[in-house]
Design a protein around this ligand. Sequence first.
Ligand code: AMO
Length: 431
Amino acid sequence: MDLQKLTKNRLLIKDIFSKNKKNVEIVGWVHQTRSLGKIRFLLLRDISGIVQITGLKTKVPGKVFEIMDKISRESVIYVRGEVVESKQAPGGKEIIPNEIEVLATADELPIDVLDFSKTELPKRLDYRFLDLHRRRIQAIFRIQSTIIQGFREFMIKEGAVECAFPSIISSSSEGGTELFEAKYFEKKAYLSQSCQLYKQMLACSMEKVFALFTVWRAEKHNTIRHLNESRQLDYEQAFADEFVVMDVLARCVKYIIKKILEENKEDLESLGVKLKVPKTKYLTFAEVSDIMKKSKIPMGKDDLSGEAEKKLGELFPDTIVFVHDWPISGKPFYIMPKGEKLSRGFDAIYKGMEISSGGQRIHIPELLEKRLKEKGLKPKDFKSYIDSFRYGAPPHAGWGVGLERLTMLILDLPNIREACLFPRDRDRLVP
Ligand code: AMO
């Protein structure tokens, strides 16, 4: 197959229906096959759509008929043929093939790619490369791509600079636990839990920075909302407190969702998702505590429970709920205290689950050393980070949104693994 010639001549399947082209060359995957005596039907699928190829024994070349008879599902073929109107064919048009070339023959399929309900998620993930043949699954990741592009577009419009941070770190950035150890020559190192310390150091010179950053958390338990490797949409801004960046986050999520509504209409339809641009609500931690007390929903003194997050989702549907004035004991060492007991940290809850946490940071070295000690961490392990605030560090704030978490919630997916191409969890390291 001359792939350069094919690239020039190929028509996408969706264009068969929208354009009036008679002789076409298409490629794709064999979606379904059917034989009725002297007639063979084959549904061919590419990235854009599905079309029926119809072969009458008396009308098509013998070799073409033979391939149509034998070809296995999900095999990859090239078809040159004629487009004809057909009332029975899906979309009102079908292709009468003059030539078919098999580019790759598929083995017997280990999972059913036509009927999603027949295979449990773990098995689908074992064969994720094949699971991704399904248009419904492709829709999830096309929308995830829009989320990433939307984040980028929004941030660039805000005047932020995209940055790349190290993924091997020497000490914890989110607290002592949940670290994956790595060997770094003679030293002990860790896989990054977040780009927290680096984005802060950078905001102190570049003012507004953002990143799409992979993080690793060695959480031992399998849940429907946690991964051991996930990606974060990170933001950090100088001369800002938590309210400044909560507003940035609200506008950013709204921008992303508007973009999905504009650009992924078909994908949303194929997933059956009715998406709305969210509203915004601000509540203090104490107010949330009161609401939960009245509803008899348990929650911690310095953390929300899963049930409390769910309740917020029910009380405020299609709303980003910012919970601020968070007790300092429930926030990481880098969050700025507010008075004795509270902090300038917040969580953002959307559709009953946390999508982001953030806040104003400590930019005062002495206070940072005090907070590290209070959290049982050693200031000497954070020397270069603390030192970075000794030479003119402005007050600053920021947040991180979980990419897979946000995708899961936007699309009402039942498990975060559905929103991750190749999930890493307690039991899964391949594919
Ligand atoms: P945090 O640890 O709350 O904050 O993470 C921010 C967001 O990332 C997502 N997330 C996860 N998603 C899937 N699996 C996980 N194990 C996981 N852990 C976190 C969530 C969460 O809200 N540096 C701070 C952010 C900041 O203050 O800027 C941080 O990492 O959606």
